[in-house]
Design a binder for this molecule. Structure first.
Ligand SMILES: [Zn+2]
Ligand SMILES: [Zn+2]
Length: 829
């Protein structure tokens, strides 16, 4: 395989069967050795093309969704390189955060609290490194043309130094602040989480009707959260609700806790929910948060950070939320204060990682001021181009729906430390200087002697850490060389392409946008390329628990990366969900076999290759094929330019399979076989056209199937060819001069007649080589004209004796004829 047929002296060294595993592995190593995927930082001449690859979370598994994502990046990267761009295709790993901690806890059967911070962190690093290696192997097996010289891990100090630097800069420019505000809180993970990390799931709940005492009797109030009674600070009714108008402003008593609170009137109360009277608690939901501010209600923290009742809950202190709910209901029942139950379907916010129901809690946290940026985000979102267009609205809808700032602090261990200390006496914030970074205030002291405000020497290091999106939402800048390499930054920022899945628009794309807008006053990407989600064969999302899960490596081992890559390209329109079907991969594999066999046959017959020149005398079928070739080149080029990979692959496959293999190759076989010196010119022109079209097909197909195209290219290219790899050849430009409508029409008819003859022979179970005594072709007037002068091609291709071309109407319905469009034929064998 290493030597082309020219070097080895063999007429051909293509085995009958294409071994995908051997070939794919071979080329992956060779490309790495040749360094053909490297970004050329010294290259000043070529235009750059930068892809802001999303650093994946190292889960250890490379699932079909990942495979699809990276296929899209790689199609673009390979295509752009062939277009002459100096492509920047880095690969990072988004190591930090909740998922890794949860996995470290389950893998090593520990709780983070059981270990010192540094030890727990070390376990996370160990686990992450193992997972990265596994995923990297899968990525290499897929043949992705990542520049591994540009690899980084967000958990390494040289990366998180930059995360911290951006924090410091954003603090200085007023974007970061610390304050006590309600945040979403996961009691299982014991940390604040951002709105983007809350997943709403519909579930069945119970609506309990509780009796509250009033001045002149009682009111019933329906609630799904009776455990929040200790945090109930008011009740509210709609001011238009006649039933309760007289109560507004009066007191009402919280049962069990016997606290008197006020009855408020607020337009947003739905009179049709429950009894039309609602509890206002700190905090049952976002409405409570709004009302707490609006009516300046007290804040009662009845639930602790780990999901248990606090002393505010009196005798229920220490119970888990669920236990408290049951206890309160049972006590209410005994006192006759529970009127009835109803079942209720409702949306519950859950933690995206562990699926525990989230609470809203008010705690001191760090925030990024993102709410003020909404207009700016929407403007830039509209300015950049989105593929597909509809994905843009996801971003705009999300940005405009946010009503809280982004909470960036987390109460976890394995994450980038927040580079801040607090004065133990006066509470002043001591923000790290840029040149102290990277720094971990959990273990290190600030490099100042005294508090600038009160001169105290007592400092408390921040023990909270950063949201993992703080690491991964500065990638565009980091990839481009920020902050050290200004020259590179100018070239590579903003990224030309931001490719990712539909599911992370509201997180990754949004956070990238706000971070870079705040830091650089510019959107970080020019084009968004969004891929859909992978569904299982059963139409549901692919998921382990559904039994429809397939790991990418399983498919590669079975059918080869080039087959799986074809599935990724052709399975769906860009941006639509894509089903994973084994049949698609099998079909892809059959195509590779077809391509291999056809190329093998053609290359073995390229004997007179050395004599092939541009000025060979072409026959009508040659011109027909070359014209078609230019058209398919045009189609595929446009498809790649517009990221329509399904169109690209369908065009190449259709052309290769039907036009090149089934029609042209069959029609010119006799020319290749001929050893008659008088046929030399005809043979050379057939060889010329075959060489050209196979090379072209390989090029058009190379971004999607990089391995097999390389294997064939190495056999096809002549010894004098200086271009080492198919991937280093220049993308073909369309030669308008070769588009020949007349030759296409004539060729179409010849090909039709030839196909009809073959079909008829196969129907009669006659050998394809069997000579035909006489052929009648019935054709319309135009077709007759086109056939005249070219019918010899049919005769020679199909070994036909005499031919008569007759008017179409002469073919009587009783004549046994085969019909193709406006021609009919009759054979005498
Ligand atoms: Zn959680
Ligand atoms: Zn101080």
């Amino acid at each position: 395989m290493e030597n082309s047929r020219w070097e080895s002296g063999d007429p051909i060294s293509m085995p009958k069967r294409y071994d995908h595993l051997e070939n794919e592995r071979h080329w992956q190593t060779a490309w790495e050795d040749w360094g053909i995927h490297r970004f050329q930082s010294e290259d000043q001449a070529s235009p750059t093309y930068s892809i802001d690859t999303p650093p994946p979370y190292p889960s250890g598994e490379f699932h079909m969704g990942n495979a699809l994502n990276w296929c899209y990046f790689d199609f673009v990267a390979r295509y752009k390189r062939m277009r002459g761009f100096n492509v920047h295709f880095p690969q990072g790993w988004d190591c930090h955060g909740l998922p890794t901690e949860v996995r470290a806890e389950t893998t090593y059967k520990i709780r983070k609290r059981d270990l010192p911070v540094a030890e727990f962190k070390a376990l996370c690093i160990r686990l992450t490194s193992e997972y990265i290696e596994k995923m990297k192997r899968a990525m290499k097996m897929m043949g992705y043309s990542i520049d591994w010289n540009l690899e980084y891990r967000t958990m390494d100090p040289d990366y998180y130094r930059l995360t911290q630097l951006s924090f410091v800069l954003l603090f200085k420019s007023g974007y970061m602040y610390r304050g006590e505000h309600p945040v979403n809180w996961c009691p299982r993970c014991e940390t604040a989480i951002a709105e983007a990390e809350v997943e709403y799931v519909e579930s069945e709940g119970v609506l309990s009707y509780l009796r509250f005492r009033t001045e002149d009797g009682h009111l019933a109030i329906a609630t799904t959260r009776p455990e929040l009674l200790p945090a109930c600070v008011a009740v509210a009714v709609n001011p238009q609700d006649e039933r309760y108008r007289r109560c507004v402003g009066k007191w009402i008593e919280v049962p069990i806790f016997n606290r008197r609170i006020e009855i408020l009137a607020d337009e947003s109360v739905d009179p049709n929910f429950g009894t039309g009277v609602v509890m206002v608690c700190t905090f049952g939901d976002k409405t409570d948060v709004r009302w707490q501010k609006k009516y300046r209600l007290p804040v009662v923290k009845a639930i602790s950070e780990d999901g248990h009742m606090t002393e505010e809950a009196g005798r229920y202190k220490g119970l888990a939320v669920k236990e408290c709910q049951e206890a309160i209901l049972s006590d209410l029942k005994q006192e006759g204060l529970l009127e009835k139950f109803e079942k209720l379907r409702r949306n519950v916010g859950t933690c995206w990682r562990c699926h525990t129901a989230v609470e809203i809690m008010s705690r001191l946290q760090w925030f990024m001021k993102t709410r003020d940026m909404t207009d700016e985000v929407v403007n830039w979102t509209n300015k950049i181009s989105w593929v597909p267009e509809f994905a843009k609205h996801r971003m705009i809808d999300w940005a405009t729906s946010l009503d809280w700032d982004w909470v960036v602090s987390r109460q976890r261990v394995f994450a980038t430390p927040i580079p801040v200390w607090y004065c133990g006496r006066c509470g002043e914030n001591i923000i790290a200087d840029e040149d102290w970074l990277p720094v971990d205030p959990r273990f290190e002291k600030p490099k100042v002697e005294r508090c600038p405000k009160c001169s105290s020497q007592d400092f408390i290091g921040e023990s909270d850490v950063m949201d993992t999106w703080m690491d991964s939402s500065v990638t565009c800048a980091v990839h481009a060389g920020w902050p050290g390499n200004l020259e590179s930054f100018k070239k590579l920022f903003p990224a030309d392409l931001q490719p990712n899945g539909l599911d992370i628009i509201r997180t990754w794309d949004y956070y990238l946008m706000v971070r870079h807008l705040a830091l650089f006053k510019q959107a970080p990407y020019k084009t968004m390329l969004i891929n859909g989600m992978v569904r299982g064969a059963d139409g549901r999302m692919m998921h382990k628990s559904y039994g429809n899960y397939v790991e990418a490596t399983e498919a590669i081992l079975k059918y080869g990366a080039d087959s799986l890559r074809q599935w990724a390209a052709g399975g769906a329109v860009t941006g639509q969900d894509i089903p994973f079907r084994w049949s698609d991969v099998e079909h892809a594999r059959r195509f590779l076999t077809k391509l291999w066999n056809a190329s093998r046959f053609a290359i073995a017959n390229l004997q007179e290759y050395d004599r092939v020149t541009e000025d060979v005398e072409l026959q009508v079928l040659d011109r027909w094929l070359l014209s078609r070739l230019e058209k398919v080149t045009k189609e595929v080029t446009e498809a790649f330019e517009n990221f329509q990979f399904n169109v690209a692959i369908e065009s190449v496959r259709k052309f290769t399979w039907h036009v090149l293999c089934d029609q042209y190759l069959e029609a010119v076989k006799h020319r290749l076989y001929s050893s008659d010196i008088r046929d030399m010119s005809s043979r050379i022109s057939a060889e010329y056209v075959l060489y050209r079209s196979i090379l072209r097909v390989l090029q058009l197909f190379a971004p999607i199937c990089p391995h097999i195209t390389e294997s064939i290219y190495q056999q096809l290219k002549p010894p004098t060819e200086p271009v080492r790899s198919i991937h280093l050849t220049r993308w073909p430009s369309v030669k308008q001069g070769l588009i020949d409508e007349d030759a296409e029409k004539r060729g179409d008819i010849l090909v039709a007649v030839i196909s009809e003859i073959r079909r008829e022979k196969s129907k009669r179970q006659v050998s394809m080589k069997a000579p035909i005594k006489h052929l009648d072709v019935y054709a319309g007037l135009n077709e007759q004209k086109m056939l005249e002068g070219n019918i010899e091609t049919v005769q020679r291709t199909c070994n036909v004796g005499s031919v008569d071309i007759k008017p179409l109407e002469d073919a009587s319905p009783r004549t046994p004829v085969q019909e193709y469009a406006s021609i009919k034929i009759r054979l005498e064998i």
